[in-house]
Design a protein around this ligand. Sequence first.
Ligand SMILES: Nc1ncnc2c1ncn2[C@@H]1O[C@H](COP(=O)(O)OP(=O)(O)OP(=O)(O)O)[C@@H](O)[C@H]1O
Ligand SMILES: [Mg+2]
Length: 361
Amino acid sequence: MENFIVSARKYRPQQFDTVVGQSHITDTLEHAIEENQLAQALLFCGPRGVGKTTCARILARKINEKDGSVSEDGFAYNIYELDAASNNSVDDIRELIDQVRFAPQVGKYKVYIIDEVHMLSSAAFNAFLKTLEEPPAHAIFILATTEKHKIIPTILSRCQIYDFKRITIEDIQGHLRNIAQKESIQYEDDALYLIAQKADGALRDALSIFDRLSTFSQKNITLAKAAEVLNILDYDQYLNIVDLAKENKIPEVLFAFNEIVKKGFDPHIFIAGLGNHFRDLMMAQNNRTIELIEVGEKTKMKFMEQSQKWSAQQLIDGIEICNHADINYKNSKNPRLTVEIALMQLSSLTANLGDTKKKSS
Ligand SMILES: Nc1ncnc2c1ncn2[C@@H]1O[C@H](COP(=O)(O)OP(=O)(O)OP(=O)(O)O)[C@@H](O)[C@H]1O
Ligand SMILES: [Mg+2]
């Protein structure tokens, strides 16, 4: 059997131009190297799985390449990596500081990557501070962390700070699309969108969900499979319930809700999600606000179609009914009933009962 390499490793970018969604950083770094304006201490911070370690390695390599200290077979002599998560003692840092003193044997620069730098003990931080204050001319430090607030100000003030961003849903989706094509994996675009959404800005998380799904679905990632694995209520379930409500089919709506609860979904999350669905329908009625819906293109079309069957006022009432149930859920002695009442009200929105709301005169 072929060894399976997880996508996050297989597709770790080797060059700045393949890093996704951080061009404000990669462009600056590229420029700084070209112009010889690189600071001696850099701090890469930002959420997890967005390319900090990746960029630190690319940068270190670029410095070495420019320096001529990469061997013919690609070995970079002057890159040292310390994972502060597992080497966080004063002794670990002292060892590093001892090394830093010596000039490189080949090339001009030694690059030190200290990953997860917030994990250093405070004694280790302090020991490091002196070196960072007056580093030898040949030393460049790249520090990386998810927790900038844990870095003491004296260190922060000595570093050039690069803030990495969460990757947008569209960028993640595009990246997954590329990989799916390279790996000959079939996919529905909206399924990739859902994965990207679930990853919450972290590309690494997106890739690991993607791997899991690709195995589970035998290389055919559909929206339904994605929703199943991610344990997300499929948009189709909301679409279905709202269609039934439109037809005033109260028993069918209650039955569909029961099926959802039987699958283990929390009724509270369900009703909040349904409220969100009504909100999306309202947005879908207008071609400016439709951009505010966070779903894939195909799903967007379905939302648009459904939204045409409702009046704007009915949708607003729908949002309010769900919102009301959402707020009351926790205080209710019978929360399930709270949701069921809401569903019955929703199923009556379009029932023309001769307009029971009489205006007071
Ligand atoms: N911006 C990105 N562009 C392309 N791939 C990325 C990006 N960010 C993360 N990845 C993918 O995720 C993997 C992990 O990224 P990386 O180790 O650089 O994240 P990190 O920001 O250092 O995360 P952590 O804070 O958890 O250490 C990479 O191997 C790569 O496959
Ligand atoms: Mg990292």
